[in-house]
Design a protein around this ligand. Structure first.
Ligand SMILES: [Zn+2]
Ligand SMILES: [Zn+2]
Length: 420
């Protein structure tokens, strides 16, 4: 018998017992003890949800709902797409602020008809803020969008014209010319129209959108050049969305007192270097000269005095979150949520309710809101004869049977034709 071990064990037990004895008695009373009459039914819907099921809740006329469809980084991961926030207003208007890589599937998982989300505002043209825009645009016809996609992005302000949003969108259309051209006449292509509006990113608090009681202003961001932040005002409420920026006086002034302020909050330098396998210089450059690290972010929150803050743009994991929170809390002790994808904020004048959404992992296109219009006859693209030469004639009868069965079931009169 090893007496030293036994002694160590007994000392440990004594210490544990002592610790338990020292713990204060919790004044814990279960809800049932006070209110035994629960409204929960074994068959009816539950009276309250602690999560948000998209498509099941009415948005009140004076309520704003914001959903993170991308809270992460330019380093791709399944858990977090890059920057994207959907803004829904009680008057029916919806806006998308940024559309970073990976965000499109998250938008689709909410089951909102594309005709309702035709307004995309870009803070700047980094891939992690606009990388999924081309997919969102190009997939319009296949997913029942029947209106043009409208994009607002930075331009002017003395920067090079070849860096502007219009140049980027022109290049995007050229990139997808083959895909758009060959789709003509096979599917409703009205959503292939793209309307681009450039706003002068250098203007301080200039109005870039004013319609239906919604005003969106932009302020310059300190993030290279041609980057901006947005201030949306509606129904006496203010939503501020930073995009990417170092601390700046424009944000502190114009996002002041916002009902909800979404600001970037990078990992602290040492953690960034370790997690990203960056050199010390690379990590320090990223989080102090290009982006706002957690300490910067906390101080910005303290100076901006928003009613409720959202910290985003970092890998939010079990081991990183406490480090980020600690850095923020050194300088700021107000309300802040550390964003994850599908975090939802319901904003009213009374305050902010934060929940997580339960998205649909098996989304299909939502039904069209307008009658379908497919160009036919001369407008349809025609595959060249040299390619159709490879079609096996035996399949004509197979295809004819598919059409006959379909027509019989639906009372239609469609005809199979590879050539118009
Ligand atoms: Zn950026
Ligand atoms: Zn970014």
């Amino acid at each position: 018998m090893n007496w030293k071990l036994i002694l160590t064990f007994m000392t440990g037990v004594a210490a544990t017992v002592g610790l338990l004895a020292a713990l204060p008695t919790l004044d814990f009373q279960p809800v049932e003890a006070k209110n035994p009459k629960s409204k929960w039914s074994p068959t009816k819907p539950n009276p309250t949800f602690d999560v948000y099921y998209p498509g099941t809740e009415t948005l009140a006329p004076d309520e704003m709902r914001v959903i993170a469809c991308g809270s992460g980084m330019p380093m791709p991961r399944l858990k977090q797409a890059a920057a994207c926030f959907l803004v829904e207003l009680g008057n029916g208007d919806k806006f998308i602020f940024d559309m970073g890589t990976g965000s499109m599937e998250r938008i689709y998982a909410l089951g909102i008809p594309l005709d309702y989300i035709d307004k995309v505002f870009l803070t700047h043209l980094h891939m992690d803020h606009m990388g999924d825009l081309q997919g969102f645009y190009m997939y319009g016809p296949q997913n029942n969008r029947s209106v043009p996609l409208r994009v607002w992005g930075p331009g002017g302000g003395g920067t090079r014209p070849e860096w502007s949003t219009k140049t980027a969108m022109d290049s995007m259309l050229k990139t997808w010319a083959w895909m758009n051209g060959t789709l003509v006449g096979t599917i409703d292509m009205r959503s292939a129209a793209l309307k681009v509006t450039e706003y002068d990113w250098s203007k301080v608090n200039g109005v870039i959108y004013d319609h239906n009681g919604v005003v969106i202003r932009s302020i310059p961001a300190i993030h290279f050049e041609q980057s901006a932040s947005f201030i949306l005002e509606w129904n006496g409420m203010k939503l501020a969305y930073m995009g990417d920026s170092l601390p700046n006086k424009w944000w502190i002034k114009h996002a002041n007192g916002a009902d909800l302020a979404i600001g970037e909050c990078f990992l602290p330098a040492a953690l960034a270097a370790k997690k990203w396998s960056f050199t010390g210089q690379e990590a320090l450059n990223a989080v102090t000269t290009i982006h706002a690290n957690a300490t910067f972010a906390g101080k910005v929150m303290a100076m901006t005095k928003a009613k409720h803050n959202v910290a985003y743009h970092f890998q939010n994991d079990a081991d990183t979150l406490p480090v980020v929170m600690n850095a923020v809390e050194q300088v700021y002790d107000g309300p802040v949520d550390y964003a994850l994808d599908f975090m939802v904020w319901n904003v009213t004048k009374e305050g902010v309710r934060t929940r997580m959404a339960v998205p649909n992992h098996e989304a299909y296109p939502t039904p069209p809101l307008h009658e379908k219009k497919v160009a036919s006859g001369g407008d349809r693209y025609q595959t060249p004869d040299s390619v159709l030469a490879g079609w096996p004639e035996e399949f004509n009868v197979v295809a004819d049977k598919i059409y006959a069965d379909f027509n019989k079931k639906h009372g239609t009169n469609y005809k199979f034709q590879l050539k118009k």
